[in-house]
Design a protein around this ligand. Structure first.
Ligand code: ATP
Ligand code: MG
Length: 443
């Protein structure tokens, strides 16, 4: 099916080397090697996609993708260090130690990025890919900014879709009719928000307009792909901007339905404040090259849903420990129907939630056990993030800060009576001020 893209060959604009800012020294030497070798082999070859776009705005691309007229087999014949991947649509990976240069043969029709088989069904592309020309390859890409081709033939940039001007104007514009392109692949809606956040681009009004109405289509996207998109949205250093973009374009309820509903129902805005605070912290960690974890991220994103579910279970009279367990399970099952969070992340995510109810403990044995818990660090970081939504946690934070360094000292500093006689993690606490549960404090 046509993408509402004019069937005649799009006009080519060539931007010569002295009119753009891409310099060979900013391109991976391995990518350059592949480009030169392909050309020597008599094939058309370009640097393409995110790398060209990022270089034009002065960024440092993480990966360098190449598009070529050579078939995967022809690519393989040119490189000893090459392996072919993908079943329906084969891609060549040229491997240089830890760096992989992906080389794709020009494709003729749109793809959903999954590399899978494609046919049509209600506007969605599921049809087989076929090889094409560089012009075909340009128009099947998503945004004009992502469809620029850099060549080492004369170091020019080739532009078939007006992408160069759009990059100069810092605007993301879908190629073709936006609604058709979103129906083909709803994940493009997330990509629009994500790339706008990452690059600090605006989204062209015509590209932004259909998103709100089409947002529910996201539920048809492959859950594993949505998980990958979530990681890129929130763990790449622009999580706050991504989150605000998703809200602005009405995508949050489609991506994280229960969390979005819980934030909406939470009049004080405390739950949203916690999520944003956590994302700010995550962005700062990325900026400092510190590690970030999907388990912590999802504990944060789904925290509003967890709190809301927990409160409703407690309101029904379910005892706290039971309610916590059930809320954690319920939220995990419901919310992750759309987004496939692997178990190796969902288990620690739940642990982070469940440990939140134990920060009121002061009994030595329990304090020691908590400190030794493999998820203590993450849970304590999480508690500190929760301060953005409530000032109730200050005492606990002070206690555990000290306990981490010297548990006996921290316990000695605890006013007499506190923490004594507790017979279970979720037993009612002595001090009235502490007589609360995670659910009751809500954030
Ligand atoms: P980044 O790597 O910064 O996240 P990117 O644009 O490089 O952004 P990739 O997922 O690496 O994103 O995709 C590489 C290129 O493939 C894109 O620049 C675009 O040209 C094309 N592409 C990716 N996803 C789609 C899609 N869903 N529909 C059409 N083209 C796509
Ligand atoms: Mg990329």
């Amino acid at each position: 099916m046509p993408n509402d893209i004019p069937s005649d060959t799009p006009a080519l604009r060539t931007i010569p080397r002295d009119q753009h800012t891409i310099s060979r020294k900013d391109i991976s030497p391995n990518a350059l090697r592949v480009l030169y070798r392909l050309r020597e082999g008599g094939h058309e070859a370009y640097l393409v996609g995110g790398a060209v776009r990022d270089l034009l705005v002065g960024g440092h691309p993480k990966d360098f993708d190449i598009a070529t007229g050579a078939t995967p087999e022809e690519v393989k014949a040119l490189f000893r260090n090459c392996r072919l991947i993908g079943r329906r649509f084969r891609l060549a990976h040229v491997v240089f130690g830890r760096e992989i240069i992906e080389v794709a043969t020009f494709r003729a029709n749109s793809d959903d990025g999954s590399g899978d088989r494609e046919t049509h069904e209600g506007g969605r592309l599921l049809r087989d890919n076929v090889y094409g020309t560089v012009e075909d390859d340009a128009v099947r890409r998503d945004f004009t900014a992502n469809a620029l081709y850099y060549t080492v033939e004369d170091f020019s940039v080739r532009d078939y879709v007006g992408g160069f001007e759009d990059v100069q104007n810092r605007v993301l514009k879908l190629i073709g009719d936006p609604e058709t392109r979103y129906r083909e692949d709803p994940v493009r809606m997330l990509r629009a928000v994500r790339l706008a956040a990452k690059l600090d681009f605006s989204i062209d009004p015509a590209t932004a307009a259909p998103i709100r109405a089409l947002a529910p289509l996201l539920s048809e996207a492959a859950p594993a792909r949505l998980f990958e998109e979530c990681l890129k949205l929130f763990l790449s250093g622009h999580g706050v901007a991504s989150f605000e973009g998703l809200e602005r374009h009405g995508l949050l309820p489609a991506l994280l339905p229960e969390a979005a509903a819980a934030m909406k129902a939470n009049r004080s805005g405390a739950l949203r404040a916690v999520v944003l605070e956590g994302l700010r912290g995550t962005d700062a960690r990325v900026a400092n090259d510190e590690p970030v974890s999907p388990a912590f991220l999802f504990a944060l994103l789904l925290w509003p849903a967890y709190c809301r579910t927990l409160m409703s279970l407690q309101a029904q009279g379910v005892p706290p420990a039971d309610a916590q367990r059930r809320a954690a399970d319920r939220v995990t099952v419901h919310e992750l129907q759309a987004v496939a969070l692997p178990r190796r992340f969902s288990v620690p995510m739940q642990e982070i939630w469940l440990l939140q109810s134990r920060f009121g403990l002061r009994q030595r044995k329990r304090v020691m056990r908590m400190l030794a818990h493999p998820r203590f660090r993450a849970a304590f970081d999480f508690l500190q993030v929760r301060q953005a939504g409530s000032d109730e946690h200050a005492d606990d934070i002070a206690f555990w800060r000290e306990a981490r360094l010297d548990p006996d000292m921290a316990i000695a500093h605890t006013p007499a009576g506190e923490g004594e006689g507790e017979n279970g993690a979720d037993a009612p606490r002595r001090r009235r001020r502490r007589r609360r549960t995670v659910g009751a404090s809500a954030v």
